[in-house]
Write a protein that binds this ligand. Sequence first.
Ligand code: HEC
Length: 99
Amino acid sequence: MKKMLFVVLLLALVVPSMSFAADLASDANYKAKCAACHGANGEGKAAMKTAPLKDSASKSEADLTALIAKGKPPKMPAFDGKLTPDQIKALVSEIKALK
Ligand code: HEC
């Protein structure tokens, strides 16, 4: 019985931290830094002239990483120095998972 409780507690700790970075819409960095222009679920925002991020999902990891780090003037800001390489990497794999 005690063992069972332990397993349940362990799952309760592990499961949310796993789903955390796997999904763009629930990535704290996406919510804080990207959602305002790209929509809560990456669906794009007409007012910001952004297309759904799904349309960029087939781009290579290298292209997406460079795009987020360097931005795309004049509107898409550069995130080099504002996000760590690991945070950018997580965003890239979450965008690629949208396709
Ligand atoms: C101030 C608004 C703004 C913010 C904040 C912003 N973007 Fe963008 N983003 C844009 C605009 C506008 C474009 C379209 C640029 C173009 O096509 O010229 C764009 C384009 C993109 C593209 C697609 C480019 C392509 O050519 O396929 C990706 C991917 C992207 N943004 C990711 C992100 C991520 C990830 C973040 C957060 C770290 C972010 N953006 C934050 C405005 C923004």
